[in-house]
Every structure is written in structure tokens, then in C-alpha cells.
Write a protein that binds this ligand. Structure first.
Ligand SMILES: Cc1cc2nc3c(=O)[nH]c(=O)nc-3n(C[C@H](O)[C@H](O)[C@H](O)COP(=O)(O)OP(=O)(O)OC[C@H]3O[C@@H](n4cnc5c(N)ncnc54)[C@H](O)[C@@H]3O)c2cc1C
Length: 492
């Protein structure tokens, strides 16, 4: 069945109108009294970077960006906004792939940034937890954990910009989900400011805490539609002592899955990441990314990146990697492979995977589908969705890549060579429809890790209709009775 999609949800960018409607009289002054001059930004030049999204899908307007410096300040500001009936759009690093952190074009929605709330409140290598404010950048959290000899394992391409609040609000996954789980599984406790300014202080660093409803989990993945995440207790892990990374050419999608199973059977706990890449994706990366080099002799149509890691001393990962690959060669599941011998080589292999989005951007227009299916169905997903898109628009270049070990493939499509990018993008929803038709038939999900944002609200209503969607809306109405939290996102 094809989802009934409104073309309006993937809008081309429009120019922002310079003057946005004023907020209710006296509100800006009251907010400035509360947050100080650096806590209320209204200068159009300073607002500009906050009004368009990473993918340039939307261009919004806003009368002000609020930057509270503490939970108490944020709570007081939210009370004022709630009383005045002003909608609020939380914005972290603004790396959302679905326009989740964009104000709409009305000019009535205030942007709330936690840029100034970026402290580490506590880090405890015995409890293996760190308590951090939501504005902390993900990469900084990783680095601070590492200074204490610990690992915060969440890792994704936007980690130098994305914030802890943002990755929790989107329940981000990323490269290491196959080993450590997604953001939800890395969070023990949460501090949240509700739409009316009340504070839920759930910053408990407990492994076991069955005390009523686990409210903290409601806000993870809610994309700012229920409240503002202000701080979190995150789980830490031992730093790996050893790692081993290989870049493999495989004959087809089935072989990629077979190789994953081979590693899982040998030692599931050693797999830190298992990523699939297509020949086209690597070709584009080699073409557009300076310094990118194919680490094996000949190009192939399918590749896999295997990353093993262990905190055990003398874990013998290099030997294990070689021996599993030898078995795979003999079975015809691998045709060529390069094993990194240094950190520089590990980095170079990972770069081939991480630069896929940038390479696609440089090549021309592309349509992104962040979908998941049961792991066993990944090969079928890639083959069927690619064929369906090529039948829809001849010459379309499928660029599937991503987290094979989680069943999560970024089923991206690059425009045909020579086609007008605008003409290709105008078919975005047709492409998403044919991909989603395959995903639905394979019992998958139309959004694996990027969330709903503004882009996929009608898909949520269509796919999660009936009691499931109604229950979500009841929870939304109970927590956000005035509908002020990130309006137009998640819910239709
Ligand atoms: C190059 C690139 C690679 C990426 N790779 C991955 C990947 O591998 N895996 C993956 O899962 N995602 C990936 N993403 C998308 C991912 O969603 C974001 O990178 C990240 O999770 C969002 O963090 P952010 O701070 O930028 O949030 P934003 O983009 O600012 O906001 C995202 C959503 O969270 C809400 N929000 C932000 N802060 C708060 C808060 N404090 N309280 C409540 N709501 C809040 C916003 O309103 C919005 O709805 C990638 C993005 C890019 C650009």
C-alpha cells in the first residue's frame, strides 16, 4: 500500500521575510530581564543560522532565540511562554535530517537553544555514569569520558555538532548501535522542563528503578514535542584496549549478511560496527572527497566495513579478524579485503563510510530514506528498493549504505546523470513511496533513526494509525495541553 503523502511536507526553501510578527507586548522585555541580554537573541543576522536546516529543506522565521544558562532560568522562561501561549521549538546542534529543529514560516515560534547549558555536572568511573547538560556537544561528551578512561559509545557523522539533548530527543542510533544500543539504551536518568515550566528531576544514576511509569523514556525520541530535556545521566563503558578494522569487497548483498553472521557466530561481543556500502557510494566518495583512496586493488559493487573492539587485554582481535575473513574467502563471501595496520588507516577506512552524505551532496540532488527491516531482510530491501526506484526514474543511482548489523539502511537515491536536480527532487515523495512500499512489505519502519520531524508527520499518521497513533496523541495532549511544544513536528 502506498502512503498518502502530502507534497507540502517536502517544501523547497523559500526566502525568510525579514520582519517577523512581534511577540505579545512586554514578553521580550520580561524574557530579557530573566535571561539577560545574551540570553535573548533578536538580531536577524544572529538568528539567520538557526532558520534553515542541515539538508536545506526548510526555511523558517522566528522572533527570537532564547539561550537560558540554567534549568531554573529555562523553567521560568517556559512559564512566561506558556502563559502567553507562545510556541517553542527546541534546537540543539540543528543537524536534524527531517527538519525537526526548524521554526515554521509563521514567524510566531520562539527557538530555544541550550548552547549555554553545556556543563558536565558529574562523572563517576565507579558508577560508570556521567551527568551532563543537554547543550553539551556529543563529541565533547565522548572526549571528557575518554579523559576519565571511559567510553561514551554513541557515535555518528554529526557528532562534532549534535548535542546530548538532540541525540536523546531523536533517540539517535549511529555506528555503534549494534554493540551498545541507541541513545535510549545509553540513558539512565533525565531532567526535563515541561511546557508549563515545571521541572521533572529524574537524574537518578540507577541501573534498576522500577518506580511507576518510566517517564524519562517518554521524552527520548519525542523530538521536543513533549518537553525540554535539560540534563541526562549517561551510561559509560570501559574504553576498548584493542580494535581491528577491515574494508571488504563482497560479491553481493547476501554475502554481506553472511559475513555479518560469520562474525556474530565467532564473537558477537567483539563487533563494534558493521556497515554496508554500495559500489556507487564508494565511487562517489572517491570522486568527491579529497584524499579518499580505495584500500583494495579493484572496485566492487558491494563493500562492508567491519570494526571489532574489545576492552579485554590481549583479545586477539587481529587474529580473529584474519581467521574469519579467511573462512569467508574460502566460502566466496569476500573477494578482497584490507585490514588497517594503524590508526591512520583505520581513520581512512572509516572516512570512506562517513563521507557518503557529503559525496552525494557534491554529486547533485539526492533523496534520503532512513529505513529499517529485520536484519535477515536487508539484502532483499536493497535489491527490491533499488530496482523499484530505477523503474520509477530510469537512470536513478541507488546509494544504499549504513548500519547493516541493525537492519538500518540509508536507502538513498542519487539523481540520474544530467537530470535537472529540481526535477529529480520534485519526485521525492514518489521515490519515498516506492521505497516505503518495499519496507512495509518487509515488516520494516519508514524511519529507523532520524525520527519524524516535519518531513514525515503524515507517514507517522499513516503507518502508526489506529490505537497506536491515538495513544501518542493523548500523551501529547496530556503533557502539552496548549500544543506549544515544537508544533507541526512528529504529529500531523
Ligand atoms: C552528517 C550527519 C550524520 C548523521 N548521522 C546520524 C546517524 O548515524 N544516526 C542518527 O541517529 N542520526 C544521525 N544524524 C541525524 C541526527 O538526528 C542528529 O545528528 C542528532 O541526533 C540531532 O542532534 P542535534 O543536537 O543536532 O539536534 P537538532 O537537530 O537541533 O534537533 C533534533 C530534534 O530534537 C529536538 N531537540 C533538540 N534539543 C532538544 C532538547 N534539549 N530537548 C528536547 N528536544 C530537543 C529538536 O526540536 C528536534 O526535533 C546525522 C545527521 C547528520 C547531519
Amino acid at each position: 500500500m502506498t502512503a498518502a503523502l502530502s507534497k507540502a511536507c517536502l517544501r523547497p526553501m523559500t526566502d525568510a521575510v525579514a520582519t517577523a510578527p512581534a511577540l505579545p507586548a512586554g514578553l521580550l522585555a520580561a524574557l530579557t530581564d530573566l535571561l539577560g541580554p545574551s540570553g535573548v537573541i533578536t538580531d536577524p543576522a544572529d538568528l539567520e543560522p538557526h532558520l534553515s536546516d542541515w539538508r536545506s529543506l526548510y526555511k523558517g522565521r522566528s522572533p527570537a532565540l532564547l539561550r537560558p544558562a540554567s534549568t531554573a532560568e529555562l523553567s521560568a522562561a517556559m512559564k512566561l511562554l506558556f502563559e502567553a501561549g507562545v510556541p517553542v521549538v527546541p534546537q540543539g546542534g540543528n543537524t536534524s535530517m527531517v527538519g525537526g529543529a526548524m521554526p515554521d514560516e509563521s514567524g510566531s515560534q520562539v527557538i530555544l537553544s541550550l548552547q549555554r547549558m553545556n556543563k558536565v555536572r558529574d562523572i563517576d568511573p565507579v558508577d560508570m555514569t556521567m551527568t551532563v547538560e543537554a547543550g553539551l556537544v556529543l563529541k565533547t561528551a565522548q572526549d571528557i569520558a575518554a579523559e576519565q578512561g571511559c567510553l561514551f559509545p554513541l557515535s555518528l557523522g554529526a557528532e562534532g555538532t549534535a548535542t546530548i539533548g538532540g541525540v536523546l530527543a531523536t533517540n539517535a542510533g549511529g555506528n555503534t548501535t549494534v554493540r551498545y544500543g541507541n541513545a535510549r539504551e545509553l540513558m539512565l536518568g533525565l531532567e526535563v522542563v515541561l511546557p508549563d515550566g515545571q521541572i521533572i528531576n529524574g537524574l537518578r544514576r540507577l541501573r534498576k528503578d522500577n518506580t511507576g511509569l518510566a517517564l524519562r523514556q517518554l521524552f527520548v525520541g519525542a523530538e521536543g514535542s513533549l518537553g525540554i530535556i535539560t540534563a541526562a545521566v549517561l551510561r559509560l563503558f570501559p574504553q576498548p584496549r584493542e580494535s581491528a578494522v577491515a574494508f571488504c569487497a563482497v560479491p553481493d548483498e547476501d554475502a554481506a549478511l553472511a559475513l555479518f553472521r560469520r562474525f556474530r557466530e565467532r564473537d558477537e561481543t567483539a563487533i563494534r560496527a558493521f556497515e554496508y556500502m554500495s559500489g556507487t557510494g564508494i565511487d562517489l566518495t572517491l570522486k568527491h572527497i579529497e584524499g579518499a583512496v580505495l584500500p583494495i586493488g579493484e572496485r566492487a559493487d558491494h563493500y562492508v566495513l567491519v570494526d571489532l573492539a574489545s576492552s579485554r587485554p590481549n583479545a586477539g582481535l587481529a587474529e580473529m579478524l584474519e581467521s574469519v575473513l579467511e573462512g569467508a574467502f574460502e566460502a566466496g563471501e569476500v573477494v578482497d579485503a584490507a585490514i588497517a595496520q594503524s590508526d591512520a588507516q583505520r581513520h581512512a577506512i572509516w572516512r570512506l563510510r562517513e563521507e557518503h552524505p557529503e559525496a552525494q551532496r557534491k554529486e547533485g540532488a539526492s533523496v534520503k530514506n532512513d529505513v529499517s527491516v529485520p536484519v535477515s531482510k536487508v539484502p532483499e530491501l536493497i535489491r527490491r528498493a533499488s530496482a523499484a526506484c530505477q523503474a520509477l526514474i530510469p537512470g536513478t543511482r541507488p546509494v544504499p549504505f549504513g548500519h547493516l548489523g541493525d537492519g538500518n539502511i540509508h536507502m538513498n537515491l542519487e539523481q540520474p546523470v544530467g537530470m535537472d536536480p529540481a526535477e529529480f527532487l520534485a519526485r521525492s515523495h514518489d521515490i519515498m513511496d516506492v521505497v516505503n512500499d518495499v519496507v512495509r512489505e518487509l515488516d520494516g519502519s519508514f524511519s529507523a533513526e532520524h525520527g519524524i520531524g516535519r518531513l514525515k508527520t503524515d507517514m507517522l499518521a499513516d503507518w502508526r494509525g489506529g490505537a497506536e497513533y491515538e495513544t501518542m496523541k493523548r500523551i501529547k495532549a496530556a503533557l502539552d495541553p496548549k500544543g506549544l511544544m515544537n508544533p507541526g513536528k512528529v504529529f500531523f
